[in-house]
Design a protein around this ligand. Structure first.
Ligand SMILES: [Zn+2]
Length: 295
């Protein structure tokens, strides 16, 4: 388990699962295999499986420990959730909480859970099953989410949700609202000192990022503003899961430019090994400089 340090803050990745996921042209409908000529040497095997044409992706949380608080960014898919649409999400039984404990965090230690958005793979461990009921996994945490997300994915407020989406809200978001632990924020907001919420809509209507400033350094937890490192090189390739692909592209370009300008370490939600790095200017566009994991 690798721990990164930014100023006075530590950041540790807690994995739920990693491996080949969606076919490349399913996650990114504009995917063109010709790009492998230029980028194949670094894409395979960590980010792309040549034999199957699938992207390799990780589903993980980031644990931020400041001097004052423990913050969990995104909570993966969770155990025992009924998600018949996908094997990667359905009725999982992973040792996620054991891995969190290995990172030095018990559920009661978590002060904030930051949900960048309310999709299936970002809210799962918000809750756990106890005596047949979904209850908050983190009893002392405030669960931070944008008001726009909370309203968009609530089946009592939005009648146009697709099959399965209501269930995600009901088993993984509603229980933390019912317990009084949900904190709704605007698209620009903050959690204490040095943790700023920034807008990045498009993948989901109220998608936000979390920007960390510590000891003169910056990190940014970008959620699903990009799913895969090839999007650094092709920011116009939006995900097939985006609510608004063009707005997602706009948010991605803005994020990439800001990361360059601020020299911010980027902590995406789904990049393969080594999971984090820096965006650099490259001609008119960008490149990604992966950070080799310190041992
Ligand atoms: Zn995701």
């Amino acid at each position: 388990m690798t721990t990164h340090r930014l100023g006075d803050t530590t950041i540790t990745r807690v994995m739920e699962q990693m491996g080949p996921g969606f076919p490349a042209n399913h996650l990114l409908p504009d995917w063109d295999p010709a790009i492998l000529e230029e980028h194949g040497h670094w894409l395979a095997p960590n980010y792309y499986q040549s034999e199957t044409g699938k992207f390799v992706s990780s589903i993980h949380s980031w644990v931020i420990k400041t001097g004052h608080h423990t913050i969990l960014v995104d909570t993966c898919c969770g155990n025992g959730k009924n998600r018949p649409g996908s094997d990667r999400f359905h009725m999982l039984n992973t040792p996620y909480l054991d891995r969190l404990a290995a990172a030095g965090v018990q559920p009661e230690d978590v002060d904030y859970v930051m949900c960048t958005h309310l999709h299936v793979d970002h809210v799962g461990w918000n809750t756990k099953l106890l005596d047949g009921r979904w209850v908050p996994t983190f009893p002392n945490a405030k669960y931070v989410m944008s008001r726009i997300e909370r309203e968009h994915w609530d089946p009592s407020l939005n009648k146009s949700l697709r099959t399965g989406q209501a269930e995600i809200f009901t088993d993984s978001v509603l229980p933390v609202i019912a317990s009084g632990q949900a904190v709704l924020v605007e698209m620009t907001d903050q959690i204490g000192d040095g943790l700023l919420i920034e807008p990045a809509p498009g993948h989901a209507p109220g998608h936000v990022m979390l920007r960390l400033i510590s000891g003169g350094k910056e990190g940014i937890f970008v959620g699903d503003v990009m799913h895969h490192p090839i999007q650094v090189y092709r920011p116009e390739w939006s995900s097939g899961f985006d609510t608004d692909p063009r707005l997602a592209e706009q948010s991605r370009r803005q994020m990439l430019a800001n990361c360059v300008a601020r020299n911010a370490q980027v902590f995406p939600a789904h990049f393969g090994v080594p999971h984090t790095g820096f965006v650099r200017q490259h001609g008119d566009g960008f490149r990604f400089e992966f950070l080799e994991s310190p041992k």
